[in-house]
Design a protein around this ligand. Structure first.
Ligand code: AMP
Length: 189
């Protein structure tokens, strides 16, 4: 089983690189952000709750997102592994993921930290907002999301270093160049 956590600040390229990883390694993909955006689009109760947090650039409560993750994980049959994109975002989520995988006789194989300078993140996200119309890609909400990343999510770097799973990836450069560094790290597992 190849269980990859793809990590990084908003705009670091997690979604883009996840697509390439899925294509090369044939594993399932869970993006908690995409699950939530689909719920919003479908107008569900969960979508309504999620929208309140997303529009403010805040994280959803851990219990809620952990439940969503567990049911998505259970929906995969005969999986070769999973890429976790946008999850975990807090230490509590990382601990829950570790436990969930352990209950299935598995573990995280590697955590890939896509490292991108802050000014580049802002430029990429503003551009994505203009191109896709994604509601939380506006300057005010991006700033809030970056504050949340630094306070609640970046502590996971040390958490995964302690867990022996951490791999730094230079997230600046061409999509192909970044993916080559990822594939080299994954192939070494
Ligand atoms: P993303 O598409 O990963 O950038 O996520 C968009 C938004 O969805 C985030 O800013 C959060 O409001 C929410 N979200 C996505 N994943 C999580 C998570 N693991 N924990 C809490 N909130 C999340």
């Amino acid at each position: 089983m190849l269980n990859i956590v793809i990590f990084g600040a908003p705009g670091s390229g997690k979604g883009t690189q996840s697509e390439r990883i899925v294509a090369k390694y044939g594993i399932n993909h869970i993006s908690t952000g995409e699950v939530l955006r689909a719920e919003i689009k479908a107008g569900t109760e969960l979508g309504l709750i999620a929208k309140g947090y997303i529009d403010q650039g805040q994280l959803l409560p851990d219990e809620l997102i952990i439940d969503i993750l567990a049911s998505t994980l259970d929906s995969f049959k005969e999986s070769k592994g999973v890429i976790f994109d946008g999850f975990p975002r807090t230490i509590a989520q990382a601990e829950a993921l570790k436990q969930m995988l352990a209950e299935r006789g598995q573990e995280v194989s590697i955590m890939l930290d896509l490292d991108v300078p802050e000014d580049e993140l802002m430029t990429r996200l503003i551009k994505r907002g203009q191109e896709t119309g994604r509601a939380d890609d506006n300057e005010e909400t991006i700033k809030k999301r970056l504050v949340v990343y630094h306070s609640q999510t970046s502590p996971l770097i040390d958490w995964y270093k302690n867990d022996g799973k951490y791999q730094h990836i230079n997230g600046l450069g061409t999509m192909e160049g970044i993916f080559a560094e990822i594939a080299e790290a994954v192939d070494k597992i």
